[in-house]
Design a protein around this ligand. Sequence first.
Ligand SMILES: NC(=O)c1ccc[n+]([C@@H]2O[C@H](COP(=O)([O-])OP(=O)(O)OC[C@H]3O[C@@H](n4cnc5c(N)ncnc54)[C@H](OP(=O)(O)O)[C@@H]3O)[C@@H](O)[C@H]2O)c1
Length: 260
Amino acid sequence: MELNGKNILISGANRGIGLALAKKAASSMMNVHLLCRTRDPGVEAELKKLGASLVKSWSLDLSDPKNIEAFAAEFEKSDFTCDVLVNNAGQLTGGLVEEQDIQKVYQMFQVNLVGLIDLTKRMLPGMLKLPEAKVVNNASVSGLMYLPCASTYAASKAGVIAFTESLRNELEGTSVSTLTMITPGVKTRMYDEIPDLYSGHLDLKFLSSIPADEWVEEVFRCMKKDIAVCWPSGQSFLGVKLGQHFPGLLSRMVRPYFKR
Ligand SMILES: NC(=O)c1ccc[n+]([C@@H]2O[C@H](COP(=O)([O-])OP(=O)(O)OC[C@H]3O[C@@H](n4cnc5c(N)ncnc54)[C@H](OP(=O)(O)O)[C@@H]3O)[C@@H](O)[C@H]2O)c1
């Protein structure tokens, strides 16, 4: 897909992977739309400097279905097209399932999965009228590797993968394509929250991360080449493939690191 001059909408673009995606989009001469719950006024100027001819902030709280509806209505009234929708915003939950705060679990599912589906559903009719458009969904290696302490988060990300792959089949023959991001450990605020949530029961020695810009380079390569799934490399790739094809072996390898 040719990206230059196109509109890209990124949820959770104020920090972490979302901000790195916005920077890459700006330097790829795209028009960048920041869909954020928390606005950072410094970001717009930074993105303009990087080459974006247009940077626009929109308010979006994915935990509130009414807010998603209001955003979609406001966007529809504007003259903008949604050429690329990146569903990136997300929350992390973790720990033994019986110890998790169920309100946080409800909210995480709403943001990571139900809100993502809602926003996609609302943007798709406009996207289907365009000659070319793409839905990019930020899933996780956790959506394919079912580690202890990650149960609820992993379930949301497995849902994102299932939704996106099913949508890909549904959109076959239309102008809209999809990209599933099987995101590995990336050094962001969410990554730094993992020890607090998991380390009481899981030895995190095996955890590793890459910088956000490195992962975003790979995501943009996949977008440009219309590749449907963006896989991580190295140890994360091996872990994901074990999880997919040899889950019993992965469980046995992880068992020594877990203690109830
Ligand atoms: N970092 C990793 O290792 C890793 C690995 C696999 C997948 N991922 C996925 O990558 C995505 C980005 O995560 P990150 O690592 O960049 O984490 P992050 O730095 O914690 O960023 C999370 C983003 O999501 C936004 N967000 C959270 N709740 C929201 C809500 N109710 N409405 C709108 N936006 C909301 C946050 O906005 P606020 O600033 O307003 O909170 C923030 O912009 C997530 O979907 C995550 O699951 C991350």
